[in-house]
Design a protein around this ligand. Structure first.
Ligand SMILES: Cc1ncc(COP(=O)(O)O)c(C=O)c1O
Length: 398
């Protein structure tokens, strides 16, 4: 099959990203893909946690939940130790299970599909609209609905907002649970508004980070209460409430998980949240600058349009047809520029290959997956760095 040839693991396909050389040439500029933005605020916050002598889930986690939910204009936040956990719980709490089908994009990180596998459901991959709008296609999702379909997971690729209203209409029409994989969308205005649950990631390369971590936003207090139980072994009280003397015993009412966040991560998260709007604004500004410089690179495509609502998570481009991506990435590295691929489509991984008869037909996802390359984007880049990256890309494409 076409995608098997292209995405074979036999060396032609780059790994998630090509890191810069371990031994840095100090005379050359080095531009990393997406390092975290950290400073003394995070260091001081960590010291305060140590001084307080309470590391497990506590008051900072709660404060982070409230502040993050409020920033997105959504009623309830449940902090978790990853977005993967958030995706898992969002399906599990809605009773999605064996025999059910979950519609989701193949153009995503593998966690989106793994969440369906965890609950015993079947991920059904849906193609994207086209190469320049690599969001899951609403029309194709509608066609993929069967009597077994129970949920849809959409993903705001690269931090560009999907219009979720028609998705909610589709979900309501068919009585489906609508979940947003909002891993790329921290601080993105409108994310989470129209779905039943939205899952955010605080992984190290995200717009705000806690190292590992995540948040699930929901509109419904009952659902929030259930998620809190599921996050912590199905226990009816947490260590902190017991410790503070608010609860003397606890019951276990279901087989929950340990998906808790801790105070160290929450302390970092609160500092990151305080700077999120400012840093996202800089990311969006840098994206605009990239677009202006990239306009002069022949044959190159830049997904989405400049006016699209976004939070500047990553900077994917479409290499000119026929360009050798791995060679381009190597040549970028020689010039000190780290690059990556977001994403190799999930259905091309061995784990999801299934039988030949099962192979989904996703031509747009595969075309995008073949041509896409992610350039460095983070608030620490200077305007001049962006010009340098585009010059390096031009050289690399030779
Ligand atoms: C689109 C998408 N979904 C889910 C995840 C999983 O997030 P986490 O690493 O917080 O579990 C990621 C993280 O990279 C992601 O990019």
């Amino acid at each position: 099959m076409e995608h098997q040839r292209v995405f074979e693991t036999g060396g032609r396909v780059p790994q998630e990203h090509i890191p810069l050389s371990q031994e840095k040439d100090t005379t050359m500029r080095h531009i990393e893909l997406s390092p975290p933005s950290l400073d003394t605020a995070e260091k001081d916050a960590l010291l305060r946690v140590i001084d307080d002598n309470w590391l497990a889930m506590g008051k900072r986690v709660r404060t982070l939940e409230e502040a993050f939910a409020s920033l997105h204009g959504i009623g309830h936040g449940v902090a978790l130790n990853s977005c993967t956990a958030a995706l898992h719980l969002s399906l599990a709490a809605h009773g999605i299970g064996p025999g059910d089908e979950v519609l989701l994009p193949s153009l995503s990180f593998v966690a989106t599909a793994n969440a369906a596998i965890y609950v015993g459901a079947r991920p059904v991959f849906v193609d994207v609209e086209d190469e320049l709008v690599p969001h899951m296609s609403l029309a194709l999702a509608r066609q993929a609905i069967t009597p077994r379909t129970r949920a849809i997971i959409t993903m705001h690729y690269a931090g560009y907002l999907m219009d979720m209203r028609p998705w909610r209409e589709l979900a309501d029409e068919h009585n489906l649970v609508l979940i947003e994989d909002a891993a790329h969308a921290a601080g993105l205005e409108g994310a989470g508004r129209h779905s039943h649950a939205s899952a955010f990631s605080f992984y190290s390369n995200k717009n705000m980070t806690t190292g590992e971590g995540g948040m699930l936003l929901v509109h419904d207090a009952e659902l929030e209460a259930r998620l809190r139980l599921m996050r912590s072994h199905g226990m009816t009280s947490t260590t902190i409430t017991r410790d503070q003397g608010h609860a003397f015993g606890y019951d276990v009412v279901e087989a929950g998980f340990n998906y808790r966040l801790d105070e160290l991560r929450a302390a970092i998260g609160l500092e990151q949240l305080a700077r999120l709007a400012e840093r996202n604004a800089r990311r969006v500004e840098l994206t605009g600058l990239y677009r202006r410089h990239l306009a002069s690179v022949a044959g190159l495509g830049v997904p989405f349009s400049p006016a699209w609502t976004q939070c500047g998570h990553i900077m994917p481009v479409l290499l000119p047809e026929g360009a050798d991506r791995l060679q381009t990435m190597m040549r970028l590295r020689e010039q000190g520029v780290q690059s990556s691929v977001h994403y190799r489509p999930i259905h091309t991984f061995t784990q999801f290959a299934g039988t030949a008869a099962d192979q989904p037909v996703l031509p747009m996802t595969e075309a995008f997956g073949r041509r896409t390359l992610t350039l460095p984007l983070h608030p620490g880049l200077s305007d001049d760095d962006v010009a340098y990256v585009v010059e390096a890309l031009t050289n690399a494409l030779g």
